[in-house]
Ligand binder design. Structure first.
Ligand SMILES: [Zn+2]
Length: 117
């Protein structure tokens, strides 16, 4: 279950991004973009995140996951399309020369931090 490793990585990045001058900082929300090909199960990642943030400034933070569809473009005919699974062959001309445009990303888009009371 590699979601735990990813959750820990997100927590590390989020923790490092909390401004040092905040008193009792609380991370409210983390916005993530996850490509359909990144092989991450959102529910499982959320679960790992919840477990791993216990007793940290990130406890209770909302992990918002936006799933990015796979999109590809054929280098031979220029046709582009989106798919829900890996694509290596053009749907239109059967060329094997395909560029993957999106679907592999695993990015933290933004982190919302609030100062505690
Ligand atoms: Zn093609």
């Amino acid at each position: 279950m590699h979601e735990m490793g990813i959750a820990l990585e997100i927590i590390k990045i989020a923790t490092d991004s909390i401004p040092a001058n905040l008193k009792n900082p609380r991370v409210e929300r983390i916005n993530l973009k996850v490509g359909k090909l990144a092989a991450v199960v959102p529910g499982s990642l959320k679960f790992c995140f919840e477990v791993a943030t216990k007793d940290t400034p990130l406890e209770g933070a909302l992990l918002h996951i936006e799933e990015i569809p796979v999109s590809a473009r054929c280098k031979s005919c220029g046709y582009s399309w989106t798919a829900i699974k890996p694509v290596f062959i053009c749907e239109k001309c059967d060329s094997g020369s395909v560029d993957l445009l999106s679907g592999l990303e695993l990015d933290i888009v933004s982190i919302e931090v609030e100062e505690g009371a």
